[in-house]
Design a protein around this ligand. Sequence first.
Ligand SMILES: NC(=O)c1ccc[n+]([C@@H]2O[C@H](COP(=O)([O-])OP(=O)(O)OC[C@H]3O[C@@H](n4cnc5c(N)ncnc54)[C@H](O)[C@@H]3O)[C@@H](O)[C@H]2O)c1
Length: 317
Amino acid sequence: MEKILVIGAAGQLGSELTQALVDRYSGEQVMATDINAAANSKFDFCRFQVLDVMDKKALTDLVAKEKFTQIYHLAAILSATGEKNPHFAWALNMESLLTVLELAKIHGIKVYWPSSIAVFGPNTPMQNTPQHCVMDPNTVYGISKQAGERWCEYYFQKYGVDVRSLRYPGLIGYKSLPGGGTTDYAVDIYHKAIAGEAFECFLSEKTYLPMMYMPDAIKATLDLMHAPKEQVKIRSSYNLSGMSFSPKEIHESILRKYPDFKISYQPDFRQAIADSWPDSIDDSAARADWGWAHQYDLDAMTDDILANLPAYMKHFV
Ligand SMILES: NC(=O)c1ccc[n+]([C@@H]2O[C@H](COP(=O)([O-])OP(=O)(O)OC[C@H]3O[C@@H](n4cnc5c(N)ncnc54)[C@H](O)[C@@H]3O)[C@@H](O)[C@H]2O)c1
């Protein structure tokens, strides 16, 4: 029987991925963990335990006790937050991954670890960025994700650890608030539109970035983790693509439903981060190897969020 540990379960991705795992398996088979003790209230549908992933002993003891067969390691310091404390971001993002990979090696555990488009940099081809190309990340977050990818491949090649990974684009969902990334504006903008307030965007109007609606990200994650082993040919991390748009285009998409919604642009330090990332991604390897296909484009995502977020707002007060 599968037993699944989710680390960093209370964040933007984890909140929805943990629910999807419980839907697929059961509440007894999935344990959500996070450093944030208050997140306990989110997980009435599965087991929850407070866990600081940097506490190696606590994690080692938990894995030995529970005999997990899969670990989804989601805890990380994201791009914008990482720049405020680079050494801490490096320590958390790297040390935690190495601990998880080592435990996976010892106990034969399958691992999911997310990478990001932040692995790319200013000398990467910006349009339809290939799976294999120049990667010169210039944020500590991107550097940690690129190094993490190399470690994942290393553990697969040297020790046979079944580790799988996706380079997520910016993730957009309405069920939780974003955690300090450069694409957060594309979540915040819907909250402002529904509240009837104007939106000040921290990126310029023509900044194109690869993005993905959360249901597609969850589907990609579960598809990859359940693909037969021989179909998972890339053990660093797969390029993954859903859509690509600019702040101007998401504003226009919202205007279809909220015609008076106003936007202004005040680019800050996150503009330089966004400028170093690709405009769009070539994910043909994921499509060929394990059949990835996305469902949502910008307008379909906007329609779904604007239909569901108003009723969901009460969860944020
Ligand atoms: N959200 C995106 O757009 C995006 C894009 C690309 C990749 N990713 C990756 O996906 C993963 C999840 O991202 P997210 O958006 O859910 O992030 P998030 O910041 O919303 O959530 C991270 C969670 O980790 C927890 N955490 C932080 N430090 C911890 C520690 N020491 N021990 C245990 N838990 C700890 C936080 O409390 C939080 O609940 C990360 O690895 C991130 O790099 C996210």
